[in-house]
Ligand binder design. Structure first.
Ligand SMILES: [Zn+2]
Length: 268
């Protein structure tokens, strides 16, 4: 993976760490792709203290570019390396790029183009949390969550429908999510259990051990060996939907209404 050219850019120690970490996360068999490698060390809050969960190393391993979604205007762009902040090429907002880990009761607004992780101990009581990626292990009793890209739902979480929106949803092994309303997403990946009615622009992937129930309409569907599907299914590729179907900077303003675990309106 590290070819000669890239090796010049990182010192041996960093490369070793990276290799080790890659090996370790592979061994874990869970596929949070770059989560750990992206690191969160110098990211304020309590992220730095979470040594056990593998989020403690921050040094950029290699200058890979990743997708950033502006949380103000929705513009999608790519950025190389890691920065604490950047600015949106479209609306010029200075974007916080820091990753946050919330471990306690939380009741204020927080916006980042990085990741917000609500640990098992976290309870969102109030406030609007907006992030590129959200990892949900804790509970949501008030406020709202919006993942501009990906929402990862781990076991043990609880949230009221209508308070959580995302473009891509991933249900981890062991997580059990039921929705009464209709969810609309770009992609869904199910390694746990997911029940509801879904409209998916792109791909629905059911991993080994995953179970999807209800009603699904998607452009593409993959059921891996060992994955379960017990649903009314419609697989239709819409015209003009190319690969990925991501429209760069397609947001005509804020408040994109493309996706959400919506359905039952959040009433009091
Ligand atoms: Zn913007």
């Amino acid at each position: 993976m590290l070819d000669r050219q890239k090796a010049n850019l990182v010192d041996g120690y960093t490369a070793l760490k990276a290799a080790r970490r890659a090996a370790r996360s592979k061994g874990h068999g869970d596929d949070r792709p770059r989560k750990a490698a992206e690191g969160t060390a110098d990211t304020g809050r309590s992220g730095a203290e979470k040594r056990s969960s593998g989020v403690h190393i921050a040094r950029t391993v290699r200058p890979e570019s990743h997708e950033i979604v502006c949380y103000e205007c929705g513009y999608v762009f790519r950025l190389s390396g890691r920065a604490q902040r950047s600015f949106c090429p479209r609306c010029r907002t200075v974007l916080d790029m820091v990753d946050y880990t919330l471990e306690t009761e939380w009741n204020e607004d927080l916006k980042t183009a990085g990741t917000i992780r609500l640990t098992r101990e976290a309870v969102l009581v109030e406030g609007v949390l907006v992030a590129g990626d959200i990892i949900l292990e804790g509970r949501v009793v008030g406020g709202s969550l919006r993942a501009a890209r990906r929402l990862l739902i781990r076991p043990g979480t609880a949230f009221p429908e209508g308070r959580v929106t995302a473009r891509v949803v991933e249900i981890s092994p062991g997580a059990d999510v039921k929705l009464r309303g209709r969810g609309s997403f770009e992609n869904i990946e199910v390694a746990g259990s997911l029940k509801g009615r879904f409209q998916v622009e792109g791909l629905v992937r059911i991993r080994c051990g995953g179970l999807l129930q209800g009603e699904v309409e998607a452009a593409r569907l993959i059921v891996e060996e060992g994955g379960g599907l017990k649903a009314k299914v419609k697989v239709v590729r819409k015209r003009g939907e190319g690969k990925g179907s991501r429209r760069q900077g397609d947001a005509g303003g804020k408040g994109k209404r493309r996706s959400g675990l919506r359905g039952t309106p959040p009433s009091g």
